[in-house]
Design a binder for this molecule. Structure first.
Ligand code: FPP
Ligand code: MG
Length: 358
């Protein structure tokens, strides 16, 4: 999942995409709701700086490196939205939203080591600045810090954090080892996305319900919403990965493909290649060039052209359609929630995720 907003704009980018600062929320109840979420986001943001400071000079710099580099604050926003189903922004909701963002940041340090990524949020990845050991340990430190925050929030939240952490790791592990022989590669890939991304987004949505004292019956609805929105988010990433560079992501087109990740457009192409010679030809060229790129100097012009062909191919539109389907199902899962600003904002949240282009 890419996080591309530059430093200082992060906290506002999702809330403005939701229209919280606009006239979309026009009734008094809606305006009050929008102000509460915006105020909560500011509290989360200012508290994050304190929650992520360390007495050790090096850790103090490395731990806030990716926080300062930007990010959309998707997960805290979601927690604050669902908290408005209950009593709103309590201290516990703010702390839990911070903890979830810190877990997300921790996972990015580790992910960039595993992906050997050069860039993150428009800046050199942590391990390209300090090396793998410092980057891994910074992720561990952040995870410890998040655990300390969660420790005061009660058993339900502690257990949710532990279960979510397990799923994050399993999602990453299953992505690393790939599907088993008897597993459908597309189903396996969607499971990976649900585990490595959907689980933490779903946890964010749940803590808002749990810690605001909202009716317990809403928890299942927002869990399904978060999981499905998370998958939709990743599928949009797969399409953005193929786009020509717009500078903010700090990544080349086809970064995932080049590093050997079989994203959904490629998996759809593989499926189509079994019966379509043109698709088989494109697949052969991409796989050949990616293989050469991994072990030596690929013909950059050929590889970029093949990636552009994949972007224009029907399989990329199929991926976009699939992202929309997951987002639509996410919204359908909200049926048990009462009509009102939370439901309206969550629906916009799902729409903004599939409409984004960076
Ligand atoms: C980014 O995905 C990575 C994740 C969503 C999860 C990574 C999970 C772990 C490393 C395990 C958990 C570890 C800790 C310390 C909490 P991506 O590679 O698809 O997206 P990208 O394009 O942003 O890199
Ligand atoms: Mg990655």
């Amino acid at each position: 999942m890419k996080s591309s907003a530059p430093a200082g704009r992060g906290a506002r980018s999702v809330s403005s995409a939701l229209g919280l600062g606009e006239k979309v929320f026009s009734t008094a109840e809606e305006r009050q709701f929008a102000s509460a979420v915006e105020a909560g986001l500011e509290q989360v943001e200012s508290g994050l700086l304190a929650a992520m400071s360390f007495a050790d000079n090096l850790a103090d710099v490395t731990s806030r490196y990716l926080l300062d580099a930007g990010g959309k604050r998707v997960r805290p926003t979601l927690a604050l939205l669902t908290a408005q189903l209950g009593k709103g922004n309590s201290d516990d909701v703010i702390v839990a939203a911070q903890a979830i963002e810190i877990i997300h940041l921790a996972s990015l340090y580790h992910d960039d080591v595993m992906d050997e990524a050069q860039m993150r949020r428009g800046v050199p990845s942590a391990q390209s600045v300090w090396g793998n050991s410092v980057a891994i340990l910074t992720g561990d430190l952040l995870f410890a810090r998040a655990s300390k925050l969660v420790a005061g929030l009660g058993e339900t939240v502690i257990r949710l954090q532990a279960d979510t952490f397990e799923r994050l790791c399993l999602g990453q592990l299953h992505e690393t080892i790939g599907p088993k022989d008897d597993q459908d590669p597309i189903a396996h890939y969607l499971d990976v996305l649900a585990d490595k991304t959907g689980s933490l987004i779903a946890a964010a949505a749940q803590i808002g319900v749990i810690l605001s004292g909202a009716p317990a019956g809403y928890r299942a609805a927002v869990t399904t919403f978060g999981e499905k929105v998370g998958v939709a988010f990743q599928l949009v990433d797969d399409v953005i990965d193929l786009a020509p560079p717009v500078d903010e992501t700090g990544k080349n087109p086809g970064t995932d493909l080049r590093s050997g990740v079989a994203t959904l457009p490629l998996l759809f192409l593989r499926r189509q290649a079994a019966t379509d010679p043109d698709a088989a030809d494109l697949l052969t060229r991409i796989e050949r060039d990616v293989n050469i790129a991994q072990y030596g100097e690929a013909d950059e012009v050929e590889l970029t052209a093949a990636i552009a062909e994949l972007r224009a191919h029907a399989v990329t539109q199929q991926t976009i359609d699939e992202a929309h389907r997951w987002a639509r199902e996410a919204v359908e899962a909200l049926a048990p929630l009462p009509a009102g600003p939370v439901k309206k904002a969550l629906t916009r949240f799902a729409d903004s995720i599939v409409e984004r282009s960076s």
